[in-house]
Design a protein around this ligand. Structure first.
Ligand code: NDP
Ligand code: 8X3
Length: 258
């Protein structure tokens, strides 16, 4: 049953990977979309594709989730176009580097914390008041198994995802008594542009992350986001952890080569 038809979803990080797959999956259910990311051309191309394929309304906003003023201005900007957001998918995020903590790059740290934690907070602060006022809405935060298990050289990225986990929990508690739901979808290894970003454009090193086993795809995670968002209104799937069958822990991945 499609309970999402005609609703409006805002997806951060819609220019690639999981966010892009969520956009395609939701548009296929006739959900209108607000697509957010920094790469304007990709947003435009996706908007054209989805309008033509599914006839849904698509709004694009090329912005950086770290830009607090731009994020906070977004609800009013969208309302002026007659758009109210029913579903917020806080997906934009990244890992940068795979370093020992005492050798970490401070710029990488700032960007991870500002994007993964503060960006998610800004969007939540911007769009939750409208949801609370309407007593309807859903926030889906894309966390990670990195928010459950830290791994060596990943302390800062994992720390941001532990934060997302804590924020999801607190957000859910603070919305008690409203009909606004909060869910977090926490994937393990998903083959996207994630590792290429992590390794600052080193494609060979990025590809190696996904070799020797079958990683998740962005579509697998989009399916989970749709499942969570499409649950009946009295059902809140608070947390969904999804791993490749070949992965049983951040550090336990069964690879053909051993
Ligand atoms: P991708 O690199 O493929 O996509 C990341 C998206 O985030 C892009 O659309 C990018 O758009 C956007 N983004 C990054 N920085 C910003 C910014 N400052 N402002 C706006 N948008 C931004 O990675 P994934 O799809 O894999 O990652 C999506 C989420 O899933 C992240 O939160 C990640 O931590 C999480 N995750 C990923 C896993 C994986 O193994 N791939 C596993 C578990 C969780 P643009 O560059 O155009 O701004
Ligand atoms: C992404 C999964 O294990 O590469 O969050 O950190 S992992």
């Amino acid at each position: 049953m499609n309970r999402l038809q005609g609703r409006t979803a805002l997806i951060t990080g819609a220019t690639a990977g999981i966010g892009q797959a969520c956009a395609r999956a939701l548009a296929a259910l006739e959900v209108h979309l607000v697509l957010v990311g920094r790469r304007a051309e990709r947003l435009q191309a996706l908007a054209t594709e989805l309008r033509e394929a599914f006839g849904v309304d698509i709004y694009t906003r090329a912005l950086d989730v770290r830009d607090r003023d731009a994020v906070m201005a977004l609800p009013t900007d969208l309302v002026s176009e007659g758009v109210q957001v029913d579903l917020l998918v806080n997906n934009a995020g990244k890992a940068l580097g795979l370093d020992l903590l005492h050798e970490g790059d401070l710029d990488d740290w700032d960007e991870m914390v500002d994007t993964n934690v503060k960006g998610l907070l800004y969007f939540s602060r911007a769009f939750l008041p409208g949801m609370v006022e309407r007593n309807r809405g859903h926030v889906v935060n894309v966390g990670s198994t990195a928010g459950r298990w830290t791994y060596p050289r990943g302390a800062v990225y994992c720390g941001t995802k532990f934060s997302v986990r804590g924020i999801s929990e607190g957000m859910n508690m603070d919305l008690a008594g409203t009909r606004v739901r909060v869910s977090s979808v926490d994937p393990g290894l998903v083959e996207t542009e994630f590792s290429e970003v992590r390794f600052h454009g080193d494609k060979e090193r990025a590809e190696a992350v996904y070799q020797g086993y079958t990683p998740l795809t962005a579509n697998d995670i989009a399916d989970a986001v749709v499942y969570v968002a499409n649950a009946p209104e009295h059902v809140d799937i608070f947390n969904m952890v999804i791993l490749p069958t070949d992965q049983r822990h951040s550090m336990i991945v069964h690879k053909e080569s051993g």
